[in-house]
Write a protein that binds this ligand. Sequence first.
Ligand SMILES: Nc1ncnc2c1ncn2[C@@H]1O[C@H](COP(=O)(O)OP(=O)(O)OP(=O)(O)O)[C@@H](O)[C@H]1O
Ligand SMILES: [Mg+2]
Length: 397
Amino acid sequence: MSIEEIFHQYLDSKVFRDREKLLPDYVPEELPHRDEQIVTLAKVLAPALTGSRPSNVFIYGLTGTGKTAVTKYVLRKIREKAQHKVDYVYINCRQNNTSYRVLAELAKHLGVKVPFTGLALGEVMKRLVQGLERHRGIIVVVLDEVDNLVKRNGDDVLYFLTRVNEELTSSKVSVIGITNDLKFTEFLDARVKSSLGEEELVFPPYNAVQLEDILRRRAREALKDGVVDDEVLKKVAAIAARQNGDCRLALDILLKAADIADREGADKITQVHVDKARNEIEKNLAVDIIKTMPLHVKLVLASIYLLSRDNSSRMITTGLIYDKYKELASKLGMEPVTSRRISDIINELDIVGIINARVISLGRYGRTKVVSIGVPLKNVEEGLASDSILKTLFGIG
Ligand SMILES: Nc1ncnc2c1ncn2[C@@H]1O[C@H](COP(=O)(O)OP(=O)(O)OP(=O)(O)O)[C@@H](O)[C@H]1O
Ligand SMILES: [Mg+2]
């Protein structure tokens, strides 16, 4: 196909009306099945309209339950209503995962000059206090995916933001902390925990019926009429419902299926497109998980990979894995971790679904664990091969 043809086909899509409307960052004009959360958050933030400080809010829910979308939606509405008096800063703590970077983001929003790195945290905070004071109004600071910050850098920023009102006279700060991982609250100082949790909001997972309804409305905006049937939406919704009601996954699958249909020049999205989309997403997921694993975990996986590749009929036991792992570690000149740790790693790999482990009985010889790779071998290969050390040493990839 020539470039002209590709572009022409794209411009002349039979599938899309407005592809943007299916992208994950787009916040739609309506968020069905989150009325309760929208109303609660609106009630908590409403005092800002008359200049009093809203309570801090702690928002919790599994991934893809609409936490980010609802928060942005409500804040946008309140800023429209309040015009200049209320402002908000949205900071994603996965992208900005150090205390310094979070504070620097806030500084940038307030027009406070802070260099990219280098100042002591205390100095940044001092400048922020001045900047906040000059702001003269309510400022809501949203720390999304805040667990990433706290696990890495502790609760300095949360401590600062939940205490800073004591130093301010003409401005007020409220904090909204959002997470899908409650474990991080163990790292919080008791006072920080209680001030952040002045109000708590839980986002339950969507069920299949709700997901189907959400998908139908997003599809209406993004896709041409008649491109997607109810059966197809039902199927996508059912897949995502099984994955903890993750709406992001549902939209991902629909977008990818629509892309595949569009590329094929089809005028309808079929179940086959959905299956293809799902395979592609699962593949990416496995490869991404493997790419970000610590080296020893990769080595254990590489051992299992090599054992299955080179000797597919043999049962892969924990003992064999440990021997292979030690061989690989010594080739790399690395101190091997203990067999106890290897067992833990095997369990971790099992939990994320990269491998399947089961315990079998050897009669009077006791029991052992046998392991097999749980995703296509080529995905494991692709994930491991992205590590240059593994790639060159073992001829993977
Ligand atoms: N009720 C809804 N109606 C329409 N779209 C929705 C709804 N809820 C969520 N979405 C969409 O689903 C995707 C995921 O939602 P969102 O990003 O808000 O999840 P989240 O709870 O913040 O997840 P995470 O914990 O992973 O950050 C987004 O694209 C969002 O626009
Ligand atoms: Mg989010």
